[in-house]
Design a protein around this ligand. Structure first.
Ligand code: ADP
Ligand code: SF4
Length: 686
């Protein structure tokens, strides 16, 4: 279908200094957990985005010198780093996009574990986080060195084939930003004091970069215009505005956002699409250069209005490009309903923070483009006439049925309930998780386009009814249920207490009414404990949360939600018993024990919510496997478990399990590594 002319504006070219972007879709720099450790996986992942229509595809942050080191990202420390970055640029060019390179020196934000260099800062201070190191004050020689290192890295980037080279002043991840922000810069020389002085280094580095590579490369500045810490940091009214007013015409493009990363990549639980607009909308009025901004944009109408209203010139995206590398193509081809919209869960951020292969809840092929050869849009056609029965229409079952249908298999999808979506349908009704319904909605849209997939609702399957379907392959995707007995990470064995006033998140999502006060025992540590506490407060209960960890939802430190969740718990008045576990439950009180000393205390409580562990709902699978002869007689060649029924976990794992089933039809894993590995070439020992 031709694209809707309303969207034509999104496909206008944009000039970025000496280079031209073919349209307004711009993949801003983002981490991926693969970087230099898995460079070909990283390069191919970027190339697929170019194939999907993005006009600019950028790297993650790239360390310019040994005095700024992280293991997980890319580097241009010397010429030996050029080839793998050239591979990325080549992959991007192959599909007609521009390749962008985000250079940085992280200053105090890194502890330099690899090279053991003392970190540097405008003004001496402890390094970021809780690491036991300090950064030293940079003197004039350090500043001159830094400028030279940046220039050298820019020249290497040009040799690697990049079209856009960044000067980075965002996320508190760069010296240029540290110099700009008064809270990091208390110098008294020409680089400190008034904002003109604090932006001196930024100006110099932009000039250096333009001078070094500006003849063939666009020079972009990524600038945090709001640190969201009030007047002690950069604000859109003061320093952020001053930079654009004074340097607005110097670079070829402004990529503007809010700092730190927690603020730039807010989850949908805490911020809606377009959440940065109010911070960055002033920029365009102060510069004639193209302006890029982000805000988890997935709606093409919203994108058009951003351009028409003069907020942005290019639509920046990290997460929307991860969830759907083909987002621009789908708009261009007149099928925006096919966009696999980011749900704003930050699983991608969570795993790249580990750091390991990027993964995405919505896009199971993310990170697998090279090593497993998975393409986000293309599936191999079916190579057999098997009829496949998928049981359960949660994320795993929906994705399996969709993928099998795309391949051309004849598929029956049987769901016991009256709605599809499984856990997603339930969880999206919890506070802040509405956008998670997109996991179901996108798959249902796709399934409705597949005539070879039949969906049977209200169809609770038994071993006998499965054998009557005529299916040759059966995928059991019947999900998991939260445990009621308190066992999990802290308690190896079930707690010996009655269950009269004990409920699970499943009960609450299914509408159980509770008597308060309520204790939530969170031994899961991802989102569920905190979200359930929030819902119970909304329902009018007095709520305490008991967790063996030192914070509520501790794993969300990886998804960047940790601080907001702690704040939310405090704002809601949730009593927090951190470093404690539930030990005994009586009718009107609960005994909790200090996990370090074993000291106990009682707290008042009429209901306990156990958020500890989940058990697979696999009785149907076992019933089928109990009589394999009957299966054979019925023509069933293989029965497989997928998703939470096989191993409970995040939604991303269930979607991945469903997709994998669709590609591999439940083939058992063999003795060999089932994906390509990139192993470092050994150097000589001496
Ligand atoms: P996953 O995350 O692995 O997809 P979910 O718990 O989200 O798992 O979804 C499982 C789905 O399976 C639910 O919608 C549930 O109603 C359905 N289901 C469970 N048992 C049966 C059964 N015996 N027959 C058909 N559907 C079932
Ligand atoms: Fe979006 Fe979640 Fe995918 Fe990240 S993991 S891109 S936040 S859907």
């Amino acid at each position: 279908m031709p694209r809707d002319p309303h969207y034509d504006i999104l496909f206008e070219p944009v000039t970025i200094g000496p280079v031209t972007a073919r349209n307004r879709f711009y993949q801003v720099p983002h981490c991926n957990g693969m970087g230099r450790a898995h460079p070909t996986a990283m390069a191919v992942m970027r190339g697929i985005k170019a194939e999907g229509g993005w006009a600019v595809v950028c790297t993650e942050q790239c360390d310019i010198h040994v005095t700024t080191d992280t293991e997980r990202e890319i580097r241009l420390w010397d010429d030996r780093d050029i080839p793998y970055l050239a591979r990325m640029a080549d992959q991007v060019h192959e599909h007609g996009a521009l390749a962008g390179l985000e250079l940085t020196h992280m200053g105090y934000y890194t502890s330099n574990y690899i090279g053991r260099e003392i970190p540097m800062a405008p003004t001496a201070r402890p390094v970021h986080g809780i690491e036991p190191f300090h950064a030293r004050t940079m003197d004039r020689t350090d500043i001159a060195n830094y400028r030279r290192w940046h220039r050298n890295a820019a020249l290497r980037g040009k040799r690697a084939g990049f079209d856009i080279v960044y000067v980075y002043a965002g996320h508190s991840l760069s010296l240029c930003m540290h110099f700009l922000s008064a809270r990091h810069n208390q110098r008294t020389d020409e680089y400190g004091g008034p904002v003109e002085n604090r932006m001196r280094l930024l100006r110099e580095v932009i000039e250096d970069t333009k001078d070094a590579v500006g003849d063939t490369c666009g020079v972009a500045v990524r600038l945090a215009v709001n640190e969201l810490v009030g007047p002690k940091g950069i604000t859109p009214e003061e320093d952020g505005r001053a930079v654009i007013e004074m340097l607005g015409e110097l670079p070829d493009l402004w990529d503007v956002n809010v700092s730190e990363w927690e603020n730039d990549s807010e989850t949908s639980r805490f911020a809606d699409e377009g959440f940065q607009e109010k911070h960055i909308s002033f920029v365009k009025s102060l510069t004639s250069k193209p302006v890029v901004g982000v805000g988890r944009y997935t709606s093409p109408d919203r994108m058009v209005s951003l351009i028409r209203n003069g907020v942005l010139d290019m639509i920046g995206a990290a997460r929307p490009s991860i969830a759907d590398p083909f987002l621009p193509k789908k708009i261009e081809e007149g099928r925006p309903e096919d966009i696999r919209e980011c749900i704003g869960c930050n699983m991608c951020v969570g795993v790249s923070n580990q750091p390991t292969y990027l993964r995405c809840t919505q896009n199971p092929t993310q990170g697998e483009e090279w090593r497993r050869g998975w393409h986000p849009e293309v599936m191999p056609p079916r190579d057999s006439d098997e009829r496949v029965l998928v049981i359960g229409a949660g994320p795993a079952g929906l994705e399996a049925a969709r993928g099998l249908g795309q391949r051309g298999y004849e598929v029956m999808l049987a769901e016991a309930g009256r709605e599809t979506g499984g856990r997603v349908a339930r969880e999206c009704r919890l506070p802040g998780l509405a956008a998670w319904a997109r996991v179901r909605d996108w798959r249902m849209t796709q399934l409705h386009k597949l005539p070879n997939v039949e969906i049977y609702m209200d169809s609770e399957m038994t071993a006998d009814s499965v054998r009557e379907t005529g299916a040759n392959l059966v995928a059991v995707a019947t999900g998991a249920r939260w445990r009621r007995d308190g066992s999990g990470r802290y308690h190896d064995f079930p707690l010996a207490c009655g269950s009269a006033n004990i409920v699970t998140p499943d009960d609450i999502m299914e509408g159980a009414t509770l008597e308060g006060p309520v204790v939530v025992f969170d031994d899961d540590h991802y989102y569920m404990g905190g979200v359930i506490a929030e819902k119970l407060v909304q329902d009018g209960h007095e709520v305490s949360i008991v967790t063996p960890e030192s914070a509520v939802s501790a794993w969300t430190a990886y998804t960047l939600e940790y601080e907001r969740i702690q704040t939310r718990m405090r704002e809601l008045g949730v009593a927090r018993h951190l470093g404690f576990a539930v030990k005994n439950i009586e009718w009107s009180r609960v005994e909790i024990e200090d996990v370090y000393t074993g000291d106990c205390q009682w707290i008042a409580c009429r209901s306990v919510v156990m958020v500890t562990a989940q058990d697979p709902v696999d009785d149907l699978y076992h019933a089928l496997m109990a009589d394999e002869a009957a299966n054979r007689e019925a023509g069933i060649r293989r029965v497989s478990r997928i998703g939470d029924c096989y191993g409970p976990g995040p939604i991303a794992a269930a979607v991945f399990g469903g997709y994998r089933y669709a590609r591999e039809l439940g083939e058992a894993i063999g003795d060999d590594v089932p994906w390509k590995q990139e192993i470092v070439e050994l150097a000589a020992v001496v």
